[in-house]
Write a protein that binds this ligand. Structure first.
Ligand code: ADP
Length: 169
């Protein structure tokens, strides 16, 4: 390992929308690594996202604005390919439950096949966010439930607004 090089964490996800659980992993990564790249994945397999890629990126950017060593990008290629753009980058993911582990273990094997140099590290979810996912937020928003404590407070009005129109589709 070359000690003079910056260590970069790539935090990938679909962020549809970003939650306080995501933000917790990003913030902790920013404390450990020199730089964090939050990579908003277009995600070929997830159909009909609630927010467009532009909206998701914009929300993530506003949520991380207070962290100077965090920046936001998008990728419409496989994560293992995308990571080649950065020297010394590792993937950092959050682990909530055993179900996350099974999925991530499988993903890690696939990523290693594509890019053997690439390492993935896991941070365990903070206890108060173990139940939290973007799909929980979408579900709650669709039923006009209170989103306080689930997503950054400044994003609540636009998530509520989107949920109103999204339900009609
Ligand atoms: P979701 O699973 O909420 O749809 P993503 O696909 O955007 O979210 O997930 C991106 C990454 O964020 C994954 O590594 C996932 O494990 C992690 N993550 C999502 N929610 C949480 C949470 N509440 N706490 C910790 N990590 C999380």
């Amino acid at each position: 390992m070359n000690g003079s090089k910056k260590r970069i964490a790539i935090c990938p996800g679909s962020f549809d929308p970003i939650t306080l659980g995501h933000l917790n992993i990003i913030r902790r990564s920013a404390q450990i690594f020199d730089e964090v790249v939050v990579c908003v994945m277009m995600n070929a397999t997830k159909t009909s996202p609630m927010f467009s890629i532009e909206e998701r990126v914009d929300m993530v950017r506003r949520a991380v604005v207070r962290y100077p060593n965090v920046h936001v990008e998008t990728a419409d290629i496989l994560l293992a390919e995308y990571a080649r753009r950065y020297e010394n980058a590792v993937i950092v993911k959050g682990l909530r439950a055993a179900s996350d582990f099974d999925y991530e273990f499988q993903m890690n094997l696939i990523n290693k096949k594509i890019n053997p140099e690439l390492e993935t590290m896991f941070l365990t979810a903070s206890e108060k966010y173990t139940f939290l996912s973007s799909s929980v937020v979408r579900e709650m928003a669709a039923y006009q439930a209170d989103l306080t404590g689930l997503v950054p407070s400044e994003l609540i009005p636009e998530i509520e607004e989107k949920a109103r129109t999204w339900r009609k589709n």
